[in-house]
Write a protein that binds this ligand. Sequence first.
Ligand SMILES: Nc1ncnc2c1ncn2[C@@H]1O[C@H](COP(=O)(O)OP(=O)(O)O)[C@@H](O)[C@H]1O
Ligand SMILES: [Mg+2]
Length: 264
Amino acid sequence: MSNSKNDFALVCESIGMQFGGLAAVSNFNLQVHQGALYGLIGPNGAGKTTVFNIVSGVLRPTAGSVRLFGVDTTGLGPDEIARRGIARTFQNIRLFRNLTVLENVLVGHHVRRKATLGEALLSLPRYRKEESDMMCNATGLLQDVGLDHVANYRASALPYGQQRRLEIARALATKPKVLLLDEPAAGMNPAETERLMQLILDVRDRFNLTIFLIEHEMKVVMNICERMTVLDHGQIIAEGTPSEIQSNEKVIKAYLGGGAIARH
Ligand SMILES: Nc1ncnc2c1ncn2[C@@H]1O[C@H](COP(=O)(O)OP(=O)(O)O)[C@@H](O)[C@H]1O
Ligand SMILES: [Mg+2]
């Protein structure tokens, strides 16, 4: 057993986020092991996306700290966080609607570019090599998420479920170590959700990722996450394995209004 802080991909320590008079998140603590598939659940407005915004550098927390692979990243901006290996998808899909599917993935690669603008303008070898590598890689990623057959379609022409898969491919193009997925199953039908869960498990293994996933759709978290945290009104009300969460009285009361948690 090791007690090194570096065993954790992501740690949040006593995070607080205050918007004016509203405490959107209070005393939020989290430890996600490298390679884990970790869930964050809770009712609408619980503060889930706010946690993602803090971890990905979109928001600076009003209290507490974030560590990525043992390094304090609190207050760093989104670009810097992305370079350190965090990628995310959004609750409301954010694609370049008028670009093709392939071009959307190519955009993701730019985070990792080494060639300078000068080299690009002169089309020097390093630039050309990067271009062809990116194209290869983007095509491969589209195969991985099952979108290679629509590579040249406009992103806006894809059905909703495919747009969500495209967002995942674009996030993977940044070569992340940690992937944050904000409600990836939102708007999907049961068959699409099923395929999505398989895809999430596949990419975790294939790309050696740590995945931190927000879901509203209980089935997704219960089936694929090893552990999860439950937020309600900005507070953690439970943390544990799916079976611990399913039988937790506080969760049942707060989150489900007394109903049962369906697990298929
Ligand atoms: N940038 C912001 N400014 C002010 N209030 C915000 C902001 N972002 C989120 N909130 C508020 O914080 C609370 C938590 O929101 P959010 O994190 O989006 O919840 P969830 O993702 O769990 O549905 C909500 O009351 C929301 O209105
Ligand atoms: Mg949200």
